[in-house]
Design a protein around this ligand. Structure first.
Ligand code: NAP
Length: 248
């Protein structure tokens, strides 16, 4: 019960990787603020699973890419808990297109929901973490390597990793650790919805020394480590969690 009594906000906490992170924190005693946007039934199912672990869950529906939506979420947290201990910036959106074909709409969507939302959440979280806290953002290998069609999302993920280093230095005096977990290919609905999923899956498994796709729990375990006391001397880092895929 490493997180007993703590309050953790997980953006996009209803499905996929965010769901695994929310459940992992709940299993270790944290009260969860669950943000989602479009899929209410998935959120309700995850909230029921969280409650069954004996902790509180606060529903925080809203578009994380909208600053007013972010303000409302933090106002709710303040009202219900009066504090925040952990922020996991996980929600992401974006469209697939060759880099040369990215239009303003695709660029702005990825930057707003992924990178700008991270900054906005951290700016508000800081006010609710007066005596320390933990912040983790989720990125992907596209921030550092070429993934076909991934350009607009990749740029937003690179922005997150750079921002993490700046935030880590500026928030260190307030005893807030800020890190990024950069995932390889993880078996979620988002990945399965890609038209070339089966082909991609085989390629990834063949190239991965760990010989499988990543699982949401692989990411959740590292996120909880980075939010625990054990990682107190780690800040500003991007930890790659990909079973060795990026080594080959
Ligand atoms: N899957 C992978 O292979 C992989 C690899 C590396 C990193 N990642 C990263 O891991 C994170 C989660 O990915 P995933 O595969 O778990 O995605 P997913 O299954 O599509 O889940 C996305 C989650 O984000 C929420 N969300 C999306 N847009 C939102 C918005 N504007 N405001 C609030 N919530 C929003 C969704 O809620 P609603 O459904 O209610 O909208 C959902 O809970 C992302 O940052 C992604 O880039 C994924």
């Amino acid at each position: 019960m490493r997180f007993k009594g703590k309050v953790a906000l997980v953006t996009g906490g209803s499905r996929g990787i965010g769901r695994a992170i929310s459940l992992r924190f709940a299993s270790e005693g944290a009260n969860i603020v669950l943000n989602f946007f479009r899929n209410r039934s998935a959120a309700e199912a995850t909230m029921a699973e969280i409650k069954s672990r004996g902790v509180e869950v606060l529903e925080a529906r809203g578009n994380i890419g909208n600053p007013q939506g972010v303000d409302k979420i933090f106002a709710k947290i303040k009202e219900q808990f009066g504090k925040l201990d952990i922020l996991v910036s996980n929600a992401a959106l974006g469209s697939f297109t060759p880099a040369l074909d990215i239009d303003d709409q695709a660029w702005d969507l990825a930057m707003e929901v992924n990178a700008k939302a991270y900054l906005h959440c951290v700016q508000r979280a800081k006010e609710m973490m007066p005596s320390g806290g933990k912040i983790v953002a989720i990125t992907s290998l596209g921030s550092q390597r070429y993934i076909k069609g991934y350009g607009s999302i990749a740029v937003s993920k690179a922005a997150i990793e750079t921002l993490t280093r700046y935030l880590a230095v500026e928030l260190a005096p307030q005893r807030i650790n800020v890190n990024t977990v950069c995932g390889g290919f993880i078996d979620t609905e988002a990945l399965r919805s890609l038209p070339a999923f089966e082909n991609l899956k085989q390629q990834v498994i063949t190239r991965t020394p760990g010989e499988r796709l990543g699982r949401p729990e692989d990411i959740a375990d590292v996120v909880t480590f980075l939010c625990s006391e054990d990682s107190r001397w780690i800040t500003g880092q991007t930890i790659i969690v990909d079973g060795g895929f990026s080594l080959t």
